[in-house]
Design a protein around this ligand. Structure first.
Ligand code: MEV
Length: 436
């Protein structure tokens, strides 16, 4: 059992690793070797990565793949995806190819506003607080001018600031609710800086105002952006005549009817909805990661949006209308193409280059399409052949690697399992049959 350590962050990288190895590794030398195996030989690049976070020991690899052939608003993209799950890139590529000759994906931006709150306690007369807020609002906005100068120059900035009375939900709870246009930036630092300035200015003005009394107990609890962004919405869609959907022994009408039913089930049943939306996020998160964006923020916001009607449901929608199949997604995505890791991480920079250096609006569209494509691929499998056939085919390589198959054995196994069902046991038996 190790003892607590103080001043850990001040140790050098090798001291941290030694401490860790001594206290937590079964075989310290072997553990250290694994960590070092992932260091980059380019020391400058390694230092860049070391400095992304505190207490860095090594790098954690995820595969970076591409899904080519995505036609989005008639422009062709190869979409970079960083993900560990075997079948995701293959599924995205299949969906891209499927829709390529059916008009491709269409995408549009519905809105781009972000928001944040200064959360307040106030136990006095609500009308007095409102009057005070109206009086000091211009000062609050003026005090932010330095922070917002650059953003305003580019056409963004603070869009609105209002006082919201939340006392019906929580005694004494009010908030300054602000909305922002942050253009190509995700804008977290910008928004939080503005909110903290609002809070400081509000308290300063309150201490000089007759409208705020000691017994009101005005207090700033916290100032922080919201990752719930229902005013930052992108839509992606596909559609085609039913007869173009015939497959797996089903007519286009039969396939589309079953597909629409699958979406309705995800709209109704939370147990299905969570898995359905998880599949959508397979596509979105992979692009969010590849482009150095904050996948936790995106995840949190998306799932809250999926429950916006008080009931968690599908993020995608489907219908049949006039012999046409329509399938679409509307999703909140607060992401950026400047700031954060976007210009700092060489691979992220390259991913942007692959995508033609999109701005935030275009990247939102690409991400939404990746989510829709992933959901299409999943539902297409689920409603026809089932998911395991494709999944296990893709997972085969992981099993073979676990069993330390040679390149020749892998080749033979891939050929063999084209016609046979993949399972761990079947792979073991097949390798045994090859080995003397
Ligand atoms: C697996 O990662 C994702 C799926 O389960 C999604 C779905 O069920 O729709 C295949």
């Amino acid at each position: 059992m190790s003892t607590p350590i103080s001043g850990f962050s001040k140790l050098s990288k090798s001291q941290k690793i030694s401490w860790l190895a001594e206290n937590y590794f079964n075989d310290p030398q072997a553990g250290i070797a694994v960590l070092e195996q992932y260091w980059n030989s380019d020391t400058k690049l390694q230092q860049l990565h070391d400095e992304f976070i505190e207490n860095t020991l090594t790098n954690y690899y995820l595969p970076l793949g591409i899904a080519p052939n995505f036609s989005i608003n008639d422009k062709l993209y190869a979409i970079p995806m960083a993900i560990e799950e075997s079948s995701v890139v293959a599924a995205a590529s299949n969906a891209a190819k499927f829709w390529l000759d059916k008009g491709g994906f269409k995408a549009s931006i519905i809105s781009t506003l972000k928001n944040g709150q200064v959360h307040l306690n106030f136990y006095g007369d609500a009308k007095r607080l409102q009057q005070f807020f109206e009086q000091v609002k211009p000062t609050l906005l003026k005090d932010c001018e330095q922070i917002t100068a650059n953003m305003r120059k580019r056409g963004g900035g603070i869009i609105s600031l209002e006082l919201r009375d939340k006392t019906a939900e929580l005694d004494g709870y009010y908030q300054l609710h602000a909305t922002f246009e942050t253009l190509d930036a995700m804008g977290a630092n910008f928004i939080n800086s503005c909110l903290e300035q609002f809070a400081t200015s509000l308290l300063r003005e309150a201490s000089n105002s007759d409208l705020i009394l000691e017994q009101d107990r005005l207090e700033v609890v916290m100032s922080i952006l919201s990752n719930y962004v229902p005013e930052c919405i992108v839509k992606a869609e596909v559609s085609c005549p039913l007869d173009q959907l015939a497959q797996a022994g089903m007519s286009g009408q039969e396939f589309a009817t079953k597909f629409v039913r699958a979406v309705q089930i995800a709209q109704t049943e939370v147990r299905r909805a969570v898995t359905h939306n998880k599949g959508i996020m397979n596509g979105i998160d992979a692009v969010v990661l590849a482009t150095g964006n904050d996948f936790r923020a995106v995840e949190a916001g998306v799932h809250a949006y999926a429950s916006k009607n008080g009931h968690y449901g599908s993020l995608t929608h489907a219908k049949i209308e006039d012999d046409n199949f329509h399938f679409w997604i509307e999703i909140p995505l607060a992401i950026g193409t400047v700031g954060g890791l976007t210009k700092l991480h060489p691979l992220v920079r390259l991913c942007f280059e692959m995508l033609g250096n999109p701005g935030a609006k275009e990247l939102m569209q690409i991400m939404a399409v990746a989510g829709l494509a992933q959901n299409f691929a999943a539902l297409r499998s689920l409603t026809t052949t089932g998911i395991q056939k494709g999944h296990m085919k893709m997972h085969l390589m992981n099993i073979l690697n676990q069993l330390e198959a040679t390149p020749q054995e892998k080749e033979a196994a891939v050929e063999h399992f084209k016609a046979n069902t993949v399972s761990h046991a079947a792979a073991v038996a097949f390798l045994e049959s090859l080995r003397p």
